[in-house]
Write a protein that binds this ligand. Structure first.
Ligand SMILES: CC(C)(COP(=O)(O)OP(=O)(O)OC[C@H]1O[C@@H](n2cnc3c(N)ncnc32)[C@H](O)[C@@H]1OP(=O)(O)O)[C@@H](O)C(=O)NCCC(=O)NCCS
Length: 189
């Protein structure tokens, strides 16, 4: 029998990546309510209310653990400082995809609250999650993209071993209400 652990706890040097719980909603809303954070992501709305955080936690708890994992980044001393997710992204079919089928890839997303930025925490979380994904979730390829005006995120991805694919896309930012030039990256286990 194959048992899938739905909420692994992933220990990094200073944090634990763990499943979000109802008590995390206020801190998540505080982190994501900051426009400087939300505008660098595709999916966060702005303003970001407590109910948005509760909705994210509820969806995370109901996720299919075979295809999606969502974690809070719980710092040993500071509590929840951000979030990190691996989720399916529908991509255009390529020549390896049977006709009429779309390819599903695993994509990475994350954020760190502005109060805790610049301390290496995003890099630590991404490295910890990729190690788990390779070891325990059998992932060999993970995609990511960052807005071209967010070089700090590109640096985080580079430090964690991602490479630029050379592909540039326009991705929609809900918080900006606009399409934003983006650079695509890939990590290979
Ligand atoms: C971008 C973000 C994830 C960075 O988190 P963090 O914990 O500060 O990241 P780290 O400290 O691990 O690494 C940041 C790196 O970016 C570099 N950096 C910061 N600002 C930069 C800039 N304007 N240009 C280039 N590099 C920059 C830092 O110097 C550091 O690299 P270094 O270790 O080589 O010096 C965080 O600020 C955030 O969540 N922003 C809003 C949401 C977001 O961007 N999410 C990612 C969407 S793709």
């Amino acid at each position: 029998m194959c048992l899938i652990e739905t909420s692994p706890e992933i220990q990094t040097r200073r944090t634990v990546l763990r499943a979000p719980e109802a008590v995390d909603a206020a801190r998540i809303a505080a982190v994501c309510g900051d426009l400087a954070v939300a505008r660098m992501t595709a999916r966060m709305p702005h303003p970001y209310a407590l109910t948005d955080a509760e909705g994210w936690i509820g969806r995370a708890q109901g996720q299919d653990p075979r295809v999606e994992r969502n974690f809070v980044i719980d710092h040993d001393e500071e509590g929840v400082v951000g979030m990190i997710s691996l989720f399916p992204s529908e991509q255009l079919a390529d020549e390896a995809t049977p006709p009429g089928r779309s390819a599903v890839r695993t994509e990475l997303g994350y954020c760190i609250g502005a109060s805790w930025a610049g301390r290496g925490l995003a890099t630590e979380a991404v490295q910890g999650l990729l190690g788990w994904a390779r070891r325990d979730w059998s992932r060999r390829v993970v995609s990511a993209g960052h807005f071209a005006d967010n070089p700090a995120s590109g640096r985080v991805l580079e430090k964690a071993g991602f490479l630029y694919t050379g592909e540039r896309r326009s991705l929609f930012s809900r918080a900006r209400g606009a399409w934003v030039a983006s650079r695509m990256m890939v990590w290979l286990a």
